[in-house]
Write a protein that binds this ligand. Structure first.
Ligand code: NAG
Ligand code: NAG
Ligand code: NAG
Ligand code: NAG
Length: 343
């Protein structure tokens, strides 16, 4: 006679089983383990999803004065200080104070937009805009209100538009001296070919205009990847190394000058007219467009973490799964089927 257990076991052994972990709430995770070259335990997880925000979508007209841009309000309630977004991210309206090439950050350049792609992968996305006006540049930036030490930052994004802009996702810790600035970044330059991307542990230059050897890597993307097309860009700032990847493929790793201390996590689109970005033609506009941002942050001690989660092994973007808790779809089916038959 078969016991129900051994029958189930033999059915399972024979069947090709599809493994799928069940997603959980963040409250059920003590910590998160990232995948890749440098698996790292993090304490916290955030996910900002801009893909279904039609109620906030509209493209604001450009504003033609510096003052108008400096004082512009939020483009929608999505960005209010009281909003979920505003509780984590601070929109910026600082200016570079450069009389020769004024650059003004503006809340007006950060907005939710309808996705009108031929085959849209979402209803909406977030746009960060930088534009060349008559005699000045406007730019866009938002950064975490709190500083964090170590992070695995991911964005599903693309950059499009005029030459002369830089779009970026990065960590940043200011310092009085340039040499003490801590920063790990991904930078796209719209004057580059659209498969060329820059990965840097800053500073990459000195006050004297020299180069800091080993700080930066210019990478040519393979496998047909382009920054002008939607892709997952990822930066893993770990204690020993910064690791970069696009769509799950590692693109660079650098253990030189890795940031050490708690830093702001920042996104921006800008141009200062200098050699790095180049100068945009008047009337030019470039955009960093983002469908979602997902970040693991803050160090966690693996030895005190009993419920380890993953965002890499999940079946639902933005939702973690418990590691080592794979549940077989098929075994669930078989087992309920078996129970019925035995009754
Ligand atoms: C099986 O897993 C897939 C994802 O791989 C999920 O969409 C589906 O709901 C699961 N089915 C059951 C019965 O749990
Ligand atoms: C930035 O915007 C705030 C409102 O959020 C305003 O009070 C402030 O004056 C603006 N700063 C500058 C430099 O214009
Ligand atoms: C890590 O996870 C990402 C999804 O976040 C996936 O695309 C990638 O293939 C994984 N890498 C490895 C080495 O397993
Ligand atoms: C769970 O499933 C994922 C994806 O199939 C796999 O990478 C991981 O090793 C599995 N974990 C366990 C404990 O079986």
């Amino acid at each position: 006679m078969y016991s129900s257990k051994s029958l189930l076991a033999s059915l399972l052994a024979a069947a090709p089983v599809a493994l799928a972990a069940t997603t959980v709430d963040d409250s059920q995770c003590d910590c998160y383990l990232s995948n890749g070259t440098k698996p790292t335990y993090y304490a916290n997880h955030m996910f900002f999803d801009f893909r279904a925000l039609s109620q906030y979508a509209s493209i604001p007209d450009l504003i033609s004065t510096i003052e108008g841009n400096a004082n512009a309000g939020f483009t929608s309630d999505y960005f209010n200080w009281e909003s979920e977004f505003g509780q984590t991210w601070g929109l910026q309206n600082w200016s570079n104070g450069d009389a020769d090439f004024p650059m003004q950050n503006s809340y007006n350049n950060i907005y939710i937009q309808e996705n009108t792609d031929d085959v849209p992968g979402s209803d909406t996305f977030l746009t960060m805009r930088t534009a060349r006006h008559d005699g000045f540049q406007t730019a866009s930036e938002f950064e975490t209100i709190e500083q964090h030490q170590y992070a695995s930052m991911r964005m599903f994004a693309r950059t499009i538009g005029s030459k002369g802009a830089c779009t970026a996702m990065f960590t940043y810790r200011d310092a009085e001296e340039l040499a003490n600035v801590q920063e790990a970044d991904i930078e796209v330059l719209t004057s580059d070919a659209d498969n060329v991307i820059h990965y840097t542990n800053q500073p990459s230059y000195t006050d004297e205009g020299g180069e800091v050897e080993g700080a930066t890597e210019t990478v040519t993307l393979t496998d047909g990847l382009k920054w002008s097309q939607w892709a997952t860009h990822r930066l893993d700032w770990t204690p020993d190394q910064t690791v970069w990847s696009v769509d799950g493929l590692q693109t660079a790793v650098n253990s030189f000058q890795v940031p050490k201390d708690a830093s702001s996590l920042i996104f921006n689109a800008w141009s200062n007219g200098q050699t790095w970005t180049g100068k945009m033609d008047e009337g030019g506009v470039a955009y960093q467009q983002i469908q979602w941002i997902e970040i693991l942050y803050g160090p966690a001690d693996a030895s005190t973490c009993s419920k380890v989660c993953s965002i890499d092994e999940t079946t639902e973007l933005g939702k973690p799964v418990l590691k080592g808790a794979n549940v077989s779809n098929e075994s669930r089916c078989l087992s309920s089927h078996k129970m019925r038959r035995l009754k």
